[in-house]
Design a protein around this ligand. Structure first.
Ligand code: NAD
Length: 261
């Protein structure tokens, strides 16, 4: 158990990649604070299920990560309830797809607020405690879109490139303190965020869902398979381990070969 007696806050962990990472960290012995939207009873079931499965403490805080004051409250709640925030996974994110000239300004603001600014605010509030204790791990869930662009994703690509830059800056500012900061950059992962894009392809092209999935993968991801939340969870646990103590400022691609082309 590499992470026993460590406390991890995973934003956007009621679904998808965040949930996969929260499960993996709990499996490695960390206490976990979940965050994200969803039905209250379903979230409680999830929380209690992790406690039962892994025997760690699991909490939940429903902060809206697009609001800086609620991010401060999330980190404060974790520190007060569980004693510290040793691992911060900045994962919550949304997508909006439209050409730049049609991109609604309010959608631009929403994507930047959650996918980029929330990473700053979470780091800003969690870092003092990590530095004081001389140990911390900040994992920013960027994207392959932190390295390359795709059409119609201006806000998302800008935010994810920003996250990669922010990761490097935080890595430099924390070098030698026992705190590391790295970005994880997945290709396609089959989560609700991507299912919406598959549904849009199916309805625009009037094709069955499996064909839309194959087209989505075929256009970008040479492996022809989705990355899974479990695989990303494995990378997250590695980055929290002692073996990764000298890995900082990295942006690690897990993209089925997307960016090798
Ligand atoms: P998802 O939609 O399955 O999960 C998003 C999570 O964020 C949910 O728990 C949701 O409740 C939460 N959330 C949404 N808005 C929030 C807010 N304002 N405050 C707090 N929580 C909020 O999405 P996902 O695919 O698991 O995406 C997670 C992260 O991974 C995102 O940053 C996304 O950009 C990134 N990512 C996803 C893929 C992919 O293919 N799915 C690829 C690369 C990167």
């Amino acid at each position: 158990m590499t992470l026993t007696q460590k406390v991890a806050v995973v934003t956007g962990s009621t679904s998808g990649i965040g949930l996969g990472i929260a499960r993996a960290l709990a499996g490695a012995g960390a206490d976990v604070v979940l965050n994200g939207f969803g039905d209250a009873a379903a979230i409680e079931e999830l929380r209690a299920g992790l406690v039962a499965e892994f025997g760690v403490r699991v909490g939940y805080h429903g902060a809206d990560l697009s609001k800086p004051a609620e991010i401060a409250a999330l980190i404060g709640h974790a520190e007060e309830t569980f004693g510290s925030v040793d691992v911060l996974v900045n994962n919550a994110g949304i997508q909006h797809v439209a050409p730049v000239e049609d991109f609604p300004a309010d959608r631009w603001d929403a994507v930047i607020a959650l996918n980029l600014s929330a990473v700053f605010h979470g780091t800003h509030h969690a870092l003092p405690g990590m530095k004081r204790r001389g140990w911390g791990r900040i994992l920013n869930i960027a994207s392959v879109h932190g390295h390359v662009a795709s059409v119609n994703k201006s806000a998302y690509v800008a935010a994810k490139h920003g996250v990669v830059g922010l990761t490097k800056t935080v890595a430099l500012e924390t070098a030698g303190t026992g705190v590391t900061c790295n970005a994880i950059c997945p290709g396609w992962v089959l989560t609700p965020l991507v299912q919406k894009q598959i549904d849009a392809i199916a309805s625009t092209k009037n094709i069955p869902e499996p064909q839309a999935k194959a087209e989505l993968l075929g256009a970008k991801q040479p492996s022809g398979a989705f990355v899974t939340p479990d695989e990303l969870g494995g990378l997250a646990v590695f980055l929290c381990s002692d073996s990764a103590a000298q890995m900082t400022g990295a942006s690690l691609l897990m993209d089925g070969g997307w960016t090798a082309q």
